[in-house]
Design a protein around this ligand. Structure first.
Ligand code: ATP
Length: 217
């Protein structure tokens, strides 16, 4: 009899406006480091914690699909993007748990997002549905609230994502690429190069569809 180990599914949300090499390098390393069966990239439609994105949802999804064409472990999951109301991580994780009850879920977020995690809808319950990995971001610092929660976690000796189904919070370092979508958008608006900040095919898509040519932020 073969004993099947539960599948480990990673979830990595964001605006991806546009997807850049910082996202992609991070996603590949997370999938490797946590031996994920798959890492789902979840573009937001109307982010609950962010301003509205500057291009259409369909275009952001198309760019993600182009960028991940040869990366089979990365799967674009448009469910949040397709919702016509504010998308909450709690709702998404509840859905996943119903769809894959035997899988372990790992939700990944940057330090910037984790610092405000206490403002997220039903954040306590998010930890009952998934484990959480906080990714080091260049130039980001954790809030006092986040540091306190991490310190409490550190007391739970022995709890590691590798053998826990839910409720563990870990930090993770990935190769630091100080790229942000804000900076990519600004460079395009300023007619500057975005070579080696986004994949070549994304650059071509942006030029073809004349995206981000007006400065917004
Ligand atoms: P913006 O500049 O518009 O705020 P962003 O570049 O931070 O965008 P998001 O779409 O907000 O990108 O990010 C999605 C996820 O990717 C978040 O968890 C974020 O912390 C992470 N992320 C973004 N850029 C990087 C990077 N350079 N390295 C590691 N993680 C990143």
């Amino acid at each position: 009899m073969t004993i099947q180990t539960p599948q480990r599914i990673g979830l990595f949300g964001g605006t991806f406006d546009p997807v850049h090499l910082g996202h992609l390098r991070t996603a590949i390393e997370l999938a490797e480091n946590y031996s994920l069966s798959q890492l789902r990239l979840l573009p937001n439609h109307r982010p609950a914690h962010r301003d509205q994105p500057t291009v259409s949802t369909a275009q952001r999804i198309e760019m993600l699909e182009i960028a991940t064409q040869n990366l089979s472990q990365l799967i674009i999951d448009p469910r949040e993007a397709m919702r016509d109301k504010a998308s909450y991580t709690f709702d998404t994780l509840t859905e996943f748990k119903q769809e894959c009850p035997d899988s372990t879920l790992i939700f990944f977020m940057g330090q910037d997002a984790f610092s405000a995690f206490d403002t997220w809808y039903r954040w306590h319950e998010i930890l009952e549905l998934a484990n959480l990995v906080v990714i080091d971001r260049p130039d980001a610092n954790l809030s006092d609230w986040a540091l306190n929660l991490m310190a409490k976690q550190a007391d739970k000796i022995g709890d590691r994502i590798i053998d826990s189904a839910t409720g563990v919070i870990e930090c993770c370092s990935v190769t630091q690429l100080a790229i942000s979508a804000t900076d990519v958008r600004q460079r395009i608006a300023n007619r500057q190069s975005v070579d080696f900040l986004v994949p070549e095919r994304i650059k071509q898509y942006i030029v073809k569809h004349r995206l981000y040519s007006e400065a917004r932020n």
